[in-house]
Design a protein. Structure first.
Length: 521
């Protein structure tokens, strides 16, 4: 078994268990809500239409948007809670529709016959209508099950644990094996559950109790097997927990694994929440839902503090630390020792050919392109860059003209290959990315300081900061990681396809015994 596959398999109990727990809880609550509601509205046509319409509206909300909205609506809760609520809402419509349609299609003659036998309304519902509507109700449950299993793969950005962690992590680092592995396991789980529920549907049509018992036993086995991993953690007496959140790109995955490994050595049990969106990370940190994150001074300066002025690295860190402490009680332990800033980069050979070595040179090259007979250069950036304050600031300070350069938003994992192949001329790169030295890219000098500093800051929530043992365990990491060490770790994952866990172990070794080693060596 390859190292990559072994790493994926080692995470399967946690990811599959989290996925099954979400699915099971959402379906249980969805059924508890939808079945009585369907029964209640089935005999009231106007109320029935309004109820189905409202459930249909919820179904039209994009999954990621609904998940993201749950975090602020639940007071900053992350992980299981927002994912559970969103998945429950998604499960309602299929079960509700199945119940309504099933009861509506019961033959009125049978209901009249039951009434003629002296049955009251409750008896007719339990002994006649629901048994006859059962196949349609179970069909709705079957549809809801597949829908919830599929949607559960999207809970990673809100800190949920599911098979989607494989998919998001693979997409972020171009690890196709992880992406395919996650997709296959999720598809197998959906198919197995779908077929077992389908057996229950067949059993209800045939009134076959043996088949129903076999299907139910199969469901019990699948659910119990999937939950075995998380259950072993719940019942085992473990060390004190530390929740670590990280963002959706390679460096953050490596730092997440590095923090987890470091804290496990200090006798903590690391609860990792990789791949979370940046805004939700901050919400969770401010509300004490995570204990520590690594984020960047430029992000906090521009996005959280809404600052538009420029400051030196030291000044920015000091003011950020004071702001976070005073506003949210968050403690900034300091910089890890490197900066992951935005910077324009292009192949050195191309930069020499055009005489572009600074952003000023780039602006001069772009001036009056038509008059000078020059084609528009193509600038690639991540999906956020061209809407961020940094891009507006660069354009303003250097006088970059929109009509002189064509911008292309793309996945950050694709930018470096695109500029190397000449598909774009310049990229808004990250200075700690290992592909910059490995691909012989030149960072254009920012002589006017248009890009804010982006020191990697180690942040603790107010609640975590009140735990002296956690505080002391993390302090040694401050100032311990150089730019070259971080570039090498990122290179190992992005180019050599190391698992983030292995790159993190190498990074920890470089902290303990620093030995500069060029990427790709």
């Amino acid at each position: 078994m390859s190292e990559q596959m072994a790493d994926l398999v080692s995470k399967l109990p946690s990811y599959l268990g989290g996925h099954m727990l979400l699915t099971l809880c959402a379906m249980a609550v969805g059924l508890a809500v939808s079945l009585p509601l369907g029964i209640a509205v089935s005999r009231r046509p106007r109320l029935r239409e309004w109820t189905l319409g409202l459930a249909g509206v919820i179904q039209t909300v994009p999954s990621l948007a609904l998940l993201a909205l749950m975090v602020p609506m639940l007071g900053g809760l992350i992980g299981f809670a927002p994912a559970f609520v969103a998945l429950t809402l998604y499960s309602i419509l299929p079960i509700l529709a199945g119940t309504v349609v099933g009861l509506k299609t019961v033959d009125p003659a049978l209901i009249e016959a039951a009434r003629g036998l002296g049955m009251n309304g409750r008896q007719m519902l339990l002994r006649v209508e629901l048994p006859l509507a059962a196949p349609m109700i179970i069909s709705g449950i079957r549809t809801a099950t597949v829908l919830v299993v599929g949607t559960a793969t999207l809970v990673t950005p809100v800190g949920g644990m599911s098979l989607g962690n494989y998919i998001f992590g693979g997409l972020e680092s171009l690890n196709h094996l992880a992406t395919v592995f996650g997709c296959v396991i999720a598809a197998v789980l959906a198919v197995v559950l779908d077929q077992l529920v389908h057996l229950l549907e067949i059993a209800s049509r045939r009134r076959d109790r043996r088949l129903a018992r076999a299907a139910a036993a199969g469901l019990v086995v699948v659910v119990a097997g999937s939950l075995a991993g998380p259950a072993s953690q719940w019942i085992a007496p473990g060390a004190e927990r530390a929740v670590i959140a990280s963002g959706p790109f390679t460096e953050q995955h490596v730092l997440n694994e590095m923090l987890a490994k470091h804290l496990s050595r200090a006798s903590f049990r690391a609860d990792q929440r990789p791949g979370m969106s940046e805004g939700i990370q901050f919400e969770a940190l401010f509300h004490g839902q995570v204990d520590c994150i690594v984020n960047y001074s430029g992000n906090i300066w521009t996005l959280v503090m809404k600052r538009k002025d420029l400051a030196s690295r030291r000044t920015a860190v000091d003011q950020i630390a004071a702001f976070l402490r005073d506003r949210y009680g968050v403690v900034c332990l300091g910089s890890l020792g490197f900066e992951d800033a935005y910077a324009f980069a292009m192949p050195k050979r191309r930069a020499d050919e055009l005489g572009i070595h600074s952003i000023e040179d780039l602006a001069s090259h772009l001036a009056y392109p038509a008059r000078r007979g020059k084609r528009r250069l193509v600038l690639g950036g991540d999906n956020q860059f061209f809407g961020r304050p940094e891009w507006r600031q660069v354009k303003s300070i250097y006088g970059l003209k929109e009509d002189a350069i064509r911008t292309v938003a793309m996945d950050p994992t694709l930018m470096y290959g695109a500029v190397l192949d000449g598909q774009v001329d310049v990229i808004a790169a990250y200075t700690s990315d290992g592909r910059i030295p490995a691909y012989q890219l030149e960072i254009l000098r920012d002589t006017q300081g248009a890009f804010p500093p982006y020191d990697a800051l180690l942040l603790l929530s107010a609640r975590a900061a009140r735990r002296p043992e956690l505080l002391e365990a993390l302090k040694p990491l401050v100032g311990s990681i150089g730019l070259e060490a971080m570039q090498e770790a990122n290179y190992r994952v992005d180019v050599e396809k190391w698992p983030a866990r292995r790159a993190a172990e190498q990074l920890l070794r470089s902290i303990e015994n620093p030995k500069p080693s060029p990427p790709g060596a």
